[in-house]
Design a protein around this ligand. Structure first.
Ligand code: SF4
Length: 452
C-alpha cells in the first residue's frame, strides 16, 4: 500500500492540546482526506482517537481527552481505495520499550519483505499500513529505545517522515533521502514538528527549520532539543512533486516557498514556448494558479479567471477511483462563459497524470465556446510510477508514458500540449536542483524497488 499523508506533533504545556493538534491537521487536510487521528500523552496515559474522512470529524468524538504533555496527529490518503479505519493513524502500542504512538508519511519499498518476516515471527497485524509494520519492527528490537529506533531506521528503506512520541519525548524522523518534508517550529508554550509550515502558521508559531535528512529530532518535556543523526549516508532526494502539486502554496518546504517556486515554473514555461501567445491565460485552479501568474507576467498575456473552483469539493487526484475523479472534476470546476467565449487560451495546469482530468476540463471549456486551447503543464511529462509516497498509477496508465505531447494534443483534440522540460525545472530550482528526485520523469530511482 502506498500512502500519502500529513503528520504533526506538539509538545508543551497546553490546556487543550487536542484542539491545537486538530488545527494542524486542518491545515494539512490537503495531504489526506480518508482518515484523521490524534494521539495524546497525559501523565504517561495514552489516548488515541481516529475517524474516517476529514479532520473535522475528530471534533464529533464525545468526551475526548483534551489535556496532555504532548500529542501527535495524522491525516491519511491511501491509493488502495480501502478506507478501513484499521489503517488510520497514529498507531499506538504498549511495547517492551514503553508506550509509543507513531504516525508516518511516505512509502517503504521493503515493506512486504519485512512484514512477511515479522508475521513469520508471530506478529499479528490489524491493518496493512507501513506504520503498523514499523511499530512491530521497533518493538522486536533489543537495547534501549534509541538503539531500537536506530536499528529500525537502518532496516526500513524508502520514504519516511515520522512523528513519534514515547512517555518522555516527541520525535521527528526523516529518511536519509528526505523525500517527504518535515519541519519544526516554536509555538507559544512549546514546540511543533509537522509536514508543512502551514501547520506552524495556523498556531501562530515560528518556523525554526527542517528536520534534515537522516536525522532524529528529539524534544523532551523540559523543552530540550537534540538532533541525533542515525546515518552518514545522506543522498538528498527531496520530492519535486511536493513543489509541483502537493504542498500548500503558502508553505515553505525544502527551504523554498511553494507559491514562488510554482510562479517561476510558469515563467520558465513561457520562456520555453516563446511562439505561443494566445488571447488570455487561464489557470486550472487552485494548484495551476501560481504557475499561470508566472506565465502571464513573463509572456505579457493577460491572466483571467476562465475557470472557477468550488471549494467545497476535495482534490480530484486524491479520490481513489477513476469514476469518482471524473465526477469530481464536473463538481469542482466551472468555466466562465463571458471570459472564455471565442478566446484562444493558454490553459495552465500543474501536471498531467492519466489525462482523464484534462479531457474533462477541455470538454467543459469547449461546451462554453472557447477558441483554441494550448495546454501548458508546469511539470515535465510523468512517465514512471512513484514508489516513495505519491500515488501515481502503474506506468502503463500514465498518458505521457504512452503518447508524445503532439499525440496527447490529438487525443485531447486541442491545439498543443506543452510540458516544462526537466532542465527548465532544474533552472527554477537553481542552486540545489541536484537535491531533488526526478524519478517519475526520468525513471532513475535512487534505490531498488522491492515491492514493485
Ligand atoms: S518519483 Fe516523482 S513523485 Fe516520487 S518522490 Fe520522486 S519526484 Fe516525487
Amino acid at each position: 500500500m502506498k500512502e500519502y499523508c500529513g503528520v504533526s506533533g506538539i509538545i508543551g504545556n497546553f490546556d487543550d492540546i487536542f484542539y491545537k493538534l486538530y488545527l494542524t491537521l486542518f491545515a494539512l487536510q490537503h495531504r489526506g482526506q480518508e482518515s484523521a487521528g490524534i494521539s495524546l500523552n497525559d501523565k504517561d496515559h495514552f489516548f488515541t482517537y481516529k475517524r474516517s474522512g476529514f479532520a473535522r470529524n475528530l471534533l464529533d468524538i464525545p468526551n475526548v481527552q483534551r489535556k496532555g504533555a504532548m500529542g501527535i496527529g495524522h491525516v491519511r490518503y491511501s491509493t488502495s481505495g480501502n478506507s478501513n479505519i484499521a489503517n488510520a493513524q497514529p498507531v499506538y502500542a504498549n511495547t517492551n520499550h514503553g508506550k509509543i504512538s507513531l504516525a508516518h508519511n511516505g512509502n517503504l519499498v521493503n515493506y512486504k519483505k519485512l512484514r512477511n518476516h515479522l508475521k513469520a515471527a508471530g506478529a499479528i497485524f490489524q491493518g496493512n499500513s507501513d506504520s503498523e509494520m514499523i511499530m512491530h519492527y521497533l518493538a522486536h528490537q533489543e537495547g534501549d529505545f534509541l538503539a531500537a529506533l536506530t536499528s529500525t531506521l537502518h532496516t526500513i528503506r524508502g520514504a519516511y517522515s515520522i512523528v513519534l512520541m514515547d512517555e518522555d519525548a516527541l520525535y521527528g524522523i526523516r529518511d536519509p533521502y528526505g523525500f517527504r518534508p518535515l519541519v519544526y517550529g516554536k509555538i507559544d508554550g512549546g514546540y511543533i514538528i509537522t509536514s508543512e509550515t502551514c501547520a506552524i502558521d495556523i498556531l501562530n508559531g515560528e518556523y525554526l527549520g527542517e528536520v534534515t535528512e537522516g536525522n532524529i529530532l528529539r524534544i523532551d518535556k523540559s523543552g530540550n532539543i537534540e538532533f541525533i543523526p542515525f546515518t552518514k549516508e545522506i543522498i538528498k532526494q527531496n520530492c519535486v512533486f511536493e513543489h509541483i502539486y502537493f504542498a500548500r502554496p503558502d508553505s515553505c518546504i525544502f527551504g523554498k516557498n511553494v507559491h514562488k517556486t510554482r510562479y517561476r515554473m510558469g515563467e520558465e514555461l513561457a520562456r520555453e514556448n516563446p511562439d505561443i501567445r494566445p488571447d488570455i491565460v487561464v489557470a486550472v485552479p487552485d494548484s495551476g494558479l501560481s504557475a499561470a501568474m508566472g506565465f502571464a507576467d513573463e509572456s505579457n498575456v493577460p491572466l483571467d479567471r476562465g475557470l472557477i473552483r468550488n471549494h467545497y469539493v476535495g482534490r480530484s487526484f486524491i479520490y481513489p477511483t477513476q469514476e469518482e475523479r471524473k465526477n469530481i472534476v464536473r463538481m469542482k470546476l466551472q468555466p466562465v462563459f463571458e471570459v472564455i467565449k471565442g478566446k484562444d487560451i493558454a490553459l495552465i495546469d500543474d501536471s498531467m497524470v492519466r489525462g482523464t482530468t484534462a479531457k474533462e476540463i477541455i470538454g467543459l471549456l469547449k461546451q462554453k465556446g472557447v477558441g483554441k486551447i494550448h495546454y501548458f503543464l508546469a511539470c515535465p511529462p510523468i512517465k514512471y510510477s512513484c514508489y516513495f509516497g505519491i500515488d501515481t498509477p502503474n506506468r502503463k496508465k500514465l498518458i505521457a508514458n504512452n503518447l508524445l505531447p503532439k499525440e496527447i494534443a490529438e487525443y485531447l483534440e486541442i491545439e498543443s500540449v506543452n510540458f516544462l522540460s526537466i532542465n527548465g525545472l532544474k533552472r527554477v530550482l537553481k542552486g540545489n536542483a541536484n537535491d531533488y528526485c526526478y524519478a517519475c520523469f526520468a525513471g532513475n530511482y535512487i534505490m531498488e524497488i522491492e515491492n514493485d
